[in-house]
Ligand binder design. Structure first.
Ligand SMILES: Cc1ncc(COP(=O)(O)O)c(C=O)c1O
Length: 399
């Protein structure tokens, strides 16, 4: 259902997020990470936009009830999620196969713990979201890299190398990032098919982190599990409204596991540690997201695409030595600073001290990311432009 209030949404107004202790903007946190706090906060992956009006209204309504005791699971929610994926991503799954988890990172950690043993290998494809490495290490597994290849400005998976690492019997899992944070690729069906075949043939189970799936520019994203029956039997899909609807502080995450045995192993784990209770605000926000916020999502994607295009034009015209790796999805963009000739440490320092940008230096995503940086463009366009003007001066200052 479309909310008529959502006709034209204002993403241009700056909203002070420090008043609610937003992590991205917290001066103390920024000072501890970057050494100073007077920077463009462009690091944490959430948006500086208000959530949809239906979500806000649902939360206000729920708060106004005033009683926040135990609630039974709302059966409308799994159906709403399954309908969303069927409609927007052409993926049909049984709503009864959905598991709810507090966060995507919780889901990843549980899946790594359940489906591999200590010391076994987990394949990741750097440069990639750094928490994958943290989870693998924290669980006593071994990080196995299948680095992406950058070919004529486009990142590709290295299938030949993947075949070799997947063939090692001790490598039991692969964590896929689809779409890929930080390089912005939305993997094609052909790429996913190839990955799925290699993994299935070698007994490597795939944990597909698809948290960024709703935000794409151009062709939509294909959930790995929608590619083939073989792919769906050999993967656990982690999804969430956190990125799409800007609900990191309120929403849950979800897992779909089509294989019955693995699904019950995972469900058993969540029950064992009692990580299966709902939160009244989470339920209200998620239902409003998946049933009443589609117009908002389409509009935010349009605004983000406008930011990507503005950034691309700005760089081409005014800072041609910094190149945008064109994103196919996500509100995180990957900038190529290699032409500046700075090493990883120098680039990190340049971004903070000279350009005033609190972004994510590329080496945080693995040494394969050195020379690049990730920035978050989910902010009012003029905020991004002000920061780009500072970057222009800083690059000019390098001589
Ligand atoms: C690929 C990816 N997975 C997981 C997360 C974190 O998700 P959650 O906050 O639900 O744990 C992020 C956040 O940036 C992400 O980019």
């Amino acid at each position: 259902m479309i909310d008529p209030h959502e006709e034209s949404i204002d993403f241009d107004t700056e909203i002070d997020r420090t008043v609610v202790g937003a992590l991205k903007h917290d001066p103390e946190v920024m000072a501890s990470v970057f050494g100073r706090s007077d920077l463009w906060a462009s690091w944490v992956a959430d948006m500086d936009f208000k959530a949809s009006r239906p979500i806000e209204e649902a939360l206000v309504r729920r708060a106004a009830h005033g009683i926040f005791g135990y609630e039974s699971d709302n059966p409308q929610l799994p159906t709403a999620v399954a309908n969303w994926y069927a409609k927007r991503h052409a993926w049909q799954f049984d709503p009864g196969h959905l598991l709810f988890s507090p966060r995507t990172l919780t889901s990843l950690a549980v899946l790594v713990d359940r489906f591999s043993e200590k010391g076994e290998g987990v394949i990741v494809q750097p440069p990639v979201f750094y928490d994958f490495k943290l989870i693998v290490n924290a669980n006593g597994r071994r990080l196995v890299k299948n680095p992406l290849k950058l070919e004529q400005g486009v990142y590709r998976m290295d299938f030949d190398h993947l075949e070799r690492v997947a063939a090692a019997p001790e490598n039991r899992l692969l964590i896929l990032c689809n779409p890929h944070n930080p390089v912005g690729r939305v993997w094609s069906k052909r790429e996913l098919q190839r990955l799925s075949e290699i993994c299935a043939a070698n007994g490597v189970y795939v944990i597909a982190d698809e948290i960024h799936g709703d935000i794409t520019y151009g062709q939509g994203y294909a959930p790995l599990a929608s590619i083939s029956t073989e792919a769906s039997r050999n993967c656990a899909t982690c999804m969430s409204p956190v990125k799409s609807f800007n609900l990191a502080g309120v929403a849950n995450s979800m897992i779909v596991i089509e294989g019955e045995e693995r699904r019950s192993q995972c469900r058993e784990w969540f029950s064992r540690f009692e990580i299966n209770k709902n939160n009244v605000f989470t339920t209200a926000a998620m239902l409003a997201a998946y049933t009443k916020s589609e117009t908002w999502l389409d509009q935010v994607i349009g605004y983000l695409k406008g930011n990507v295009d503005t950034l691309c034009d700005f760089l081409q015209q005014r800072i041609p030595s910094v190149r945008l790796v064109e994103p196919e999805g996500t509100f995180l963009v990957w900038l190529d600073f290699r032409a500046l000739g700075l090493d990883a440490k120098q680039l990190a320092s340049f971004l903070v001290q000279e350009a005033g940008i609190a972004g994510n230096p590329g080496h945080w995503f693995g040494r394969e990311g050195a020379g690049f940086a990730r920035i978050n463009i989910a902010c009012p366009r003029k905020v991004m432009l002000t920061a780009l003007e500072r970057l222009e001066k800083a690059v000019a200052g390098l001589g």
